[in-house]
Design a protein around this ligand. Structure first.
Ligand code: ADP
Ligand code: ZN
Length: 654
């Protein structure tokens, strides 16, 4: 996300009516405004006249009526302009101003008539059309100003502009990237997972003939700067297909409906040039679930945009070789509808690199710089734990700048070390670096989650545990990727299992650190939510039975603002039940953790050493512990473990 916008050929590929025809749009807008203005002020009464009028009564009349009035001696004073006649007279003691417009181009009779009646007259040369012109221009100017103001505000929100002025006009970038998989280092698993997409884009016919179902959407999940954009570009580059990219936040703006039409444009363009890749960065901006969206406005717009996106993805068949890649660092806030089959049903984790990964990334980025012989990239890699690819690229660049400033011919180790220090200072400001004590807390906390996930039937098994801080807020995480089955429904025992896994973090802190921290806040919130919805939405409790207490307003998008519909007494009972259940679960979880305390110690120790461990390793540690103690295994995912080990052996054999 960070430095990803250096695309060379940014077309202004936007079919949005206003953006393509700024002048036409503006002209139309002005005409409408002038018509409204005229209707309000009174047909034909230009602003110039309004300004001149001296509180007398003004009447719109025809030219011939004015001539009749003159003949009837009702006029005392006349002003002539090429386009209007303004006559002043009095009737019943009141001053009346008669105005005639659209007078016949040449009327030679009027002057002799005025002479004959001895009426004072004056001709204002051009006065008429000038005031007329001002009368027309003024509203235009006013609305031009408003227009510019709106355009500016929208530009801020979406990096684009109504009038198409300025370079910010590019919303949909289209390019043919030269990026290759070799440019993406240290993300081998992620690369492996997207490789088959390249093949499909290259030879779509092969797959279509077979009737194979190819994923339409792939979600790249990972912290900022880990190379999600880079990876998406590499897919396009390897397949040599066009790459259409947009930022999710650019869809959400003040005019309802614009986001949806932009999504339509995006897919239209991509389909025209298929095979192609569409890349949506920060998809959480559109795909935030309503429940997570909070009270902020703009929900309608987001929902429309999201619906359009879903419709587009459902709309093209698996035989249209367009693949949508989307990036997010907050998969947990995404609306469930986005993750359903046929949409972003594949998730690829693009994580912060481990030591080897960092080394590989550094090697990619030193290609274009001159390094002194004393540079030891291994030391650099060792000193940069917790940093993402973008940070590493920055460190190399910063090192080059530091060397340049001192007029050196080559970048030395000291320059790189200084650059690292600066990077960390920058991060410390952003609260992303954690200290040793925190690291220990996080290690035990995550070990607790991991252990509970492996020992609780119905829980999703662990894919990966990490104590590498992951963006703001999360200091570590335990990743559970759901299995293929059971993606639409959750059974009661699975919900209960989820609660145990969530409480595992806090319980581990409690037992092994001897103190509890704020780090469990989010877990506790989620555990509470699960119990509450079991009671009030899913009819899974004693206290409310089958009675549903909260209707969700928007079942399509899942969640939504709930309507509460129950008595105070019921509310009280719910509160008590929720608290009791949490306490019960917590006691049970603590008991389990104590029984497996040595296993937890081992997991935490390994985590502190290598920062990231695979789920397989967690299961191995637990298994070893159980064998050593001679207790019956409580591992909940044993059959899968066996299968996995079998697979692993196959790989080794091959
Ligand atoms: P994200 O989209 O995940 O925020 P980007 O793809 O925008 O991250 O990464 C920003 C820059 O950081 C890239 O252009 C590249 O220079 C560098 N970078 C990030 N990850 C890697 C990686 N795995 N290998 C090489 N360079 C990387
Ligand atoms: Zn936790």
């Amino acid at each position: 996300m960070a430095n990803s916008n250096n695309n060379q050929n940014n077309n202004q590929d936007n079919n949005n009516f206003f953006n393509n025809n700024p002048l036409l749009a503006f002209a139309l807008f002005s005409i409408v405004i002038i018509m409204i203005f005229k209707a309000v002020v009174g047909e034909g009464d230009g602003l110039g006249n309004m300004v001149n009028s001296n509180a007398s009564l003004t009447k719109q009349v025809t030219y011939s009526q004015i001539k009749d009035l003159i003949k009837e001696n009702k006029i005392t004073d006349v002003k002539l302009t090429p386009a209007t006649v303004e006559a002043t007279g009095s009737s019943e003691g009141k001053n009346i101003r008669y105005i005639a417009q659209n007078i016949p181009a040449v009327d030679k009779d009027i002057i002799p008539l005025l002479e004959e009646k001895k009426i004072k007259y004056e001709g204002i040369m051009g006065g008429g059309w000038l005031s007329e012109l001002i009368g027309m221009l003024l509203p235009i100017l006013v609305f031009f100003a408003i227009w510019i103001f709106l355009a500016k505000r929208m530009q801020k929100g979406m990096g684009g502009s109504i009038l198409g002025v300025g370079k910010a006009g590019k919303l949909i970038n289209s390019e043919k990237p030269q990026t290759r998989f070799d440019d993406v280092a240290g993300a081998d698993e992620a690369k492996e997972e997207v490789k088959e997409i390249v093949d499909f884009l290259k030879y779509p016919e092969r797959y279509m003939e077979l009737g194979a179902k190819i994923p339409k959407g792939v979600l790249l999940v990972g912290p900022p700067g880990t190379g999600k954009t880079l990876l998406a570009k590499a897919v396009a580059g390897e397949a040599s297909v066009p790459f259409f990219s947009v930022n999710g936040s650019s869809f959400i703006e003040m005019f309802v409906g614009v986001g949806a039409s932009r999504v339509r444009d995006l897919f239209e363009q991509a389909k025209k040039e298929a095979p192609a890749i569409i890349f949506i960065d920060e998809i959480d901006a559109i795909g935030k679930s309503r429940a997570a969206g909070g009270m902020m406005g703009g929900n309608d717009e987001r929902e429309q945009t999201l619906n359009q996106l879903l419709a587009e993805m459902d709309g093209f068949g698996t035989n249209t070789p367009v693949i949508v890649l989307a990036a997010t660092n907050r998969p947990e806030v995404l609306d469930a509808a986005l993750l359903r089959a046929g949409r972003f049903d594949r998730q690829v984790l693009v994580d912060k690199p481990d030591y080897e990964g960092r080394l590989a990334i550094l090697r990619v980025h030193i290609k274009d710089v001159k390094l002194a012989k004393n540079v030891d990239l291994e030391i650099v890699a060792k000193s940069t734990a917790g940093l993402a690819g973008a940070d590493l690229a920055n460190i190399i660049n910063e090192g080059a700048l530091l060397a340049g400033r001192q007029n050196k011919k080559e970048i030395e180790q000291s320059d790189l070390m200084e650059a690292i220090e600066r990077a960390f200072v920058g991060l410390e400001k952003k609260n992303r670096k954690i200290n040793e004590i925190e690291k220990k807390i996080v290690a035990y906390h995550e070990s607790g989650h991991a252990l509970m996930a492996e020992l609780t039937a119905g829980a999703t098994r662990v894919t990966k545990v990490s104590i590498i801080p992951r963006g703001l807020g999360a200091l570590g995480y335990t990743l559970h990727l759901p299995d293929e089955e059971n993606r639409f429904l959750k059974q009661k025992h699975e919900l209960l299992a989820e609660i145990d896994v969530l409480l595992g973090g806090r319980a581990a802190e409690d037992i092994f650190v001897g103190d509890i921290s704020t780090g469990a806040g989010n877990d506790l919130q989620r555990a509470t939510d699960i119990i509450k919805s079991m009671i009030s939405v899913f009819g899974m409790s004693e206290v409310a039975g089958l009675m549903v207490l909260e209707k969700s307003q928007n079942s399509f998008l899942g969640g939504g603002m709930a309507q509460k519909d129950y008595s105070e007494k019921m509310a009280e009972q719910i509160d008590i039940t929720v608290k009791n259940q949490l306490d019960e679960h917590y006691a049970r979880v603590k008991k389990t953790l104590r029984e497996y305390s040595e296993a937890i110690e081992t997991i935490a120790k390994v985590l502190l050493e290598v920062e990231v461990i695979e789920g397989k390793k967690v299961r191995e540690i637990i298994k070893n512990y159980e064998v050593q103690k001679g207790i019956t295994s409580r591992l909940a995912h044993t059959d899968k473990v066996a299968k996995e080990e079998h697979d692993a052996q196959k790989h080794q054999g091959a």
